[in-house]
Design a binder for this molecule. Sequence first.
Ligand SMILES: Nc1ncnc2c1ncn2[C@@H]1O[C@H](COP(=O)(O)OP(=O)(O)OP(=O)(O)O)[C@@H](O)[C@H]1O
Ligand SMILES: [Mg+2]
Ligand SMILES: [Zn+2]
Length: 550
Amino acid sequence: MSQALYRKYRPKGWAEVIGQDHVVQTLRNAITGGRVGHAYLFAGPRGTGKTTVARLLAKAVNCLDPEPANRPCNACDYCQAVNENRFLDLIEIDAASQTGVEDVRDLRDKINFTPTQGKYKVYIIDEVHMFSTQAFNALLKTLEEPPPHAIFILATTEIHKIPATVLSRCQRHEFRRVPVSEIVAQLKHIAAGENFEAEEDALSLIARQAAGGLRDAISLLDQLASTGGRITLNLVQTVLGTATSQTVLDLMDSIRDARPAAGLEAIHKAIDSGTDPRTLARQVVDYLRALMFFQLGNDKQVEATKEIADRMADHARAFTSSDVLRMLKAFNAAAMDTRGGWQPSLGLELALAEVMERPASVPPASPVTESPSQLTSRARTAAAPPPTSRPAPVKSTESSPPSAPEAPDRGPLFQVRHVPSASAPKDQRPAAPPSGNADIALAQILQVWKQVGKIVKSANPSLIGLLNSCKPLEVRQGTLYLGFASDVLVNKMNQPEEIELTRQALREVLGVDLAIKCVVSGGKTPPADIVPGGMVAAALENGGEIVDVQ
Ligand SMILES: Nc1ncnc2c1ncn2[C@@H]1O[C@H](COP(=O)(O)OP(=O)(O)OP(=O)(O)O)[C@@H](O)[C@H]1O
Ligand SMILES: [Mg+2]
Ligand SMILES: [Zn+2]
């Protein structure tokens, strides 16, 4: 198999390193002046040259060229040995893939032996933030008094995870995202060297997509070239279209389903794989803009593949227009955020938290109310399909059988998952169910019970076990009675979060708000409010016991 392009084009000398002049200059000066440190920390985004520069430094300190300014020369035995990965005094430890403590202990045992070949033993510890506390402590001991022949280069994408005690012992160098123009230039250089036919626009899009990570850009070029044909803008768009939107789709799903954890995961996954947070925020804004067009009936204006357009239509139905406006505002702020240097995902996290935490409806007196409500009404008349309004729970159940799974009647969008307290947001539905809910039949509940389980599963995986182990017994006066085999189970179910999640899920699939009471078999005393002849009464007559009433 041929070598991956990004390996083939790994810089062998200082001059080939792109976009990190500030780091390169300092290190070259240290080499020329004979002032090389014993501990370095290279921090910066993925694929921006940290490992590359660490190897250059390892090569330079051991290079045999008599003129320091020429090091590394790439001609002497040692330089060649490093280039061919057979230099014994260059030790690379991947903190992400090995058991850190063992490695560092091993390193401490061996470090006092003098170098085998060169002048310096160089230890490159990649992804050092993955170390456990013990591993860091072990490393610290070594960093406190390194032998004169040892040099440590720690590399990390997550500098905030490095303990201050370690930071303070290292010379720190921050690697930057490589500017788009320099990425394009390098891609052109590689395309020429490999005889690829590539459109300038295509390379530009690859570079923008890579968000400052040169390796990602080169890998993408590699992947596109493997199709064998000309690398066109269209090809890049096709390949990227799905790749970029998945995060946005996942994020939208998580907001719709009130699952903040899944939303955070989507954001972090994208950023960890090299997506620039602001680029991601812009993609979210673009997507929300498209949703707005859908809701206004202008979906012709949206450029998207059929698949994505279908998802947009779904999301446009799931959110109200004021929801979309509010999300637009929050994510636009993240897209405009020019700070975020030390914590790049913060803007997105804040936006997510904001849309998740605040209640969906705006207080009537607020000036913002005007535009969203106008939008909503306009959207309702103009949009095809219209956005989902939120019918009163009673109405939806009386007029229709249990709603079809593909068009669930969603409750307030940004429900807070914890149980409403006395000071709960205004739009939280009242704890006591509207009386009309009494009409819901047990059969309807049984029919959707599995679906309810599926919905709660993502928010609280253990709850599905509880729901599977109980039996909906009866619905009476807006209360659903659930029968459990033991009071241990009843107690587990009778937690505020469990009850609330189940109620929310029921609301979601059936559009009704039911109180939930948990009962168990085994006791004797019938409480006063049990209807004679009902399921609960029957259970009680057969030795059942009501352990708790919610
Ligand atoms: N600044 C750069 N100049 C030239 N090439 C680069 C640069 N950064 C990355 N590359 C290319 O990307 C490849 C990977 O870079 P490198 O392994 O140094 O990145 P890294 O910062 O260590 O990434 P990671 O954080 O994932 O370990 C190199 O082999 C090279 O082809
Ligand atoms: Mg690396
Ligand atoms: Zn050399």
